[in-house]
Design a protein around this ligand. Structure first.
Ligand SMILES: C[S@@+](CC[C@H](N)C(=O)[O-])C[C@H]1O[C@@H](n2cnc3c(N)ncnc32)[C@H](O)[C@@H]1O
Length: 221
């Protein structure tokens, strides 16, 4: 089971800088691409797992419209504070936050879609968590995962050193932190995305950003 204490302490401390970087224009472009892959329709309910400071919430809300519902779930209060401010500033009555653990999401009711960006790499058992998320969809619905990991493109090999250094700096310290956080991150991301492909009726995986970003979208029925 993942020890969530170091994750909460890390993101509580760095919520401000994270919010700035997470809303920089190139990152917003990646987010838009991932939300598009979810193929949301007006009136639907979408749950964002590990919503952080809420950078995706406006995009998800735009897609489900005023009659839909957006639920953002995260376990770090400091990150949710930013998300809450964003919701209040926007006056979005159909966007709700839940303080909880995405490995056992405390969500009831019909869910049409699940979204998660830069989150599955936090889980010791990402395949079990993805399976749990798909269970929320009750046999139908869509999921999209957006993640970063080491690139396997030959041209990006020199940049992998930069990626490894960045991952080491930004990995929450924990007693389970492996010798190479970037390699473990890559393994977890591959595992989670493969699980979507294994369980979805239809799926589509793309890599972009020199192969450092992976987006997998799946449809259950
Ligand atoms: C790298 S940030 C990504 C935030 C957001 N998804 C984004 O794209 O900006 C990872 C987030 O996952 C949250 N998180 C990590 N483990 C979690 C868990 N078990 N349950 C809920 N949230 C979790 C952290 O609190 C943090 O806000």
């Amino acid at each position: 089971m993942t020890d969530v204490g170091p994750i909460q302490r890390f993101y509580d401390r760095w919520a401000g800088p994270y919010d700035l970087i997470g809303n920089a224009p190139p990152v917003r472009g990646w987010r838009r691409r991932a939300v598009d892959a979810l193929d949301l329709a007006g009136g639907e309910t979408v749950v964002e797992m590990g919503c952080g400071t809420g950078a995706n919430l406006p995009l998800l809300r735009e897609r489900v419209g005023p009659s839909g519902q957006v639920i953002g779930l995260d376990l770090t209060s400091g990150m949710l504070d930013y998300a809450r401010e964003r919701i209040e500033r926007g006056g979005w009555e159909n966007v709700h936050l839940v303080h909880g653990d995405a490995t056992a999401p405390p969500i009831d009711g019909d869910v049409d879609a699940v979204f998660a960006s830069f989150v599955v790499g936090m889980f010791d058992d990402p395949d079990a968590v993805v399976e749990e998320w798909l269970r929320l969809l009750g046999g139908a619905g869509r999921i999209a995962l957006l993640d970063a990991g080491p690139s396997d493109r030959p041209a990006a090999i020199p940049l992998n050193a930069v990626f490894r250094a960045f991952t080491r700096l930004t990995a929450p310290a924990s007693r389970t932190t492996p010798a190479s956080p970037a390699i473990e991150l890559g393994r977890r991301v591959r595992t989670a995305h493969s699980e979507v492909e294994r369980l979805a009726k239809e799926s589509n995986r793309v890599a972009f950003g020199f192969g450092f970003l992976r987006l997998t979208a799946g449809r259950l029925a």
